[in-house]
Ligand binder design. Structure first.
Ligand code: NAD
Ligand code: UDP
Length: 312
């Protein structure tokens, strides 16, 4: 039986990966310090014999025997990663280093969950993997952006220096069930606000764009990358369907049949003006592209939050 370590496994994406790797027959070691993750996300796995949860920060080294190491441990929502920016930067730098060492000791394959944020506020649209980005090194987002950039650097240096079998994916905005109600990202904020009849909070004038990928599509892309030989990436994984934030707010109002008003607040510093993945490389190397239309993914996510709010 193959063993996979999923750091950040109690988080939004990580918990869906635990499910997927269990269904593929793996033994799963979920490592998480519960900074933004919750036991709720993995509660359904507590009686699964092939599932093990370890409450542990990747800032400390760890020893587990495994063939595959996935690093998804890092707060990902701006308010959460900005709350303790030094912890965020250390998690990406020191945490990634610890997991690379673990992979090296085990001769394991290593996958880094990087981000579209490495492109910063992009001057090229859509963004291909060859674009080197436009990141402010000293801004409020840089603990996350630069953290991920050094994590990519470490990953490629372990590949070149130690011939470690490494992979890098650059994830674009992904949404779905198990996002936290207070996650702070646009999808969960707008849905929860619309369902509660509270004002929908647009930052800036709402003309900035994002492209939204449903979680099941992302998990499929990640699984294909994990099982693909001789391909380090980096590879973009995301849905190229692009929305302005204002159109997205209107779409969520329509799908929730909400009467919430739409309110405008100041745009946070360094908020990227536009973002859309060029996924040509993922199509070519992984035969992957998203299949869930945004309306369908949102309908499922709205149902999830409806149930969450009703159970309170
Ligand atoms: P999340 O906040 O739900 O998950 C992150 C998990 O990492 C949480 O369970 C948290 O408790 C854990 N964690 C944080 N610091 C840790 C540490 N030092 N030690 C151990 N565990 C730690 O966020 P998510 O959306 O599931 O993101 C998962 C990964 O994917 C992150 O690395 C993020 O940067 C990356 N990513 C996500 C998106 C997205 O749209 N969701 C986009 C780009 C990249
Ligand atoms: N945003 C917004 N209202 C919110 C939360 C976010 O208008 O309540 C905007 C945010 O300023 C950004 C976009 O939505 O332009 C996506 O934000 P999110 O935090 O989801 O992700 P990221 O900025 O990291 O792409």
């Amino acid at each position: 039986m193959k063993r996979v370590l999923i750091a950040g496994g109690a988080g939004f994406i990580g918990s869906h990966l635990c499910d997927r790797f269990l269904s593929e027959g793996y033994e799963v070691f979920c490592v998480d310090n519960l900074y933004t993750g919750t036991i709720d996300n993995i509660k359904h796995l507590e009686h699964e014999k092939r599932f093990h949860f370890l409450e542990h920060s990747i800032l400390k080294p760890l020893k587990i025997s495994c063939e595959l190491v996935l690093n998804f441990a890092c707060p990902a929502s701006p308010p959460h990663y900005q709350k303790d920016p030094i912890f965020t930067a250390r998690t990406s730098f020191e945490g990634t280093l610890n997991l690379l060492e673990l992979a090296r000791e085990n001769h394991a394959r290593f996958l880094l969950a990087s981000t579209s944020e490495v492109y910063g506020d992009p001057e090229i649209h859509p963004q291909p993997e060859t674009y080197r980005g436009n990141v402010n090194t000293i801004g409020i987002r840089s603990c996350y952006d630069e953290g991920k950039r050094i994590a990519e650097t470490l990953t490629m240096d372990y590949h070149r220096f130690y011939q470690l079998d490494t992979k890098i994916i650059r994830i674009f905005n992904t949404y779905g069930p198990r996002m936290l109600e207070n996650d702070g990202r646009v999808v969960s904020n707008f849905i929860v606000q619309a369902l509660k009849g509270e004002p929908i909070t647009i930052y800036g004038d709402g003309s900035q764009t994002r492209s939204f990928c449903y979680i099941s599509d992302l998990v499929e892309g990640i699984y294909r990358m994990c099982t693909k030989d001789n391909f380090t990436g980096p590879v973009n994984l995301g849905n190229p369907e692009e929305y302005t934030v204002a159109d997205f707010a209107r779409l969520i109002k329509e799908l929730t049949q909400s009467s919430s008003e739409i309110c405008f607040y100041p745009l946070p510093q360094d908020d990227p003006r536009k973002r859309r993945p060029d996924i040509s490389l993922a199509k070519k190397e992984l035969a992957w592209e998203p299949t869930v239309p945004v309306r369908d993914g949102l309908t499922k996510t709205i149902a999830y939050f409806q149930e969450k709010l009703a159970s309170k």
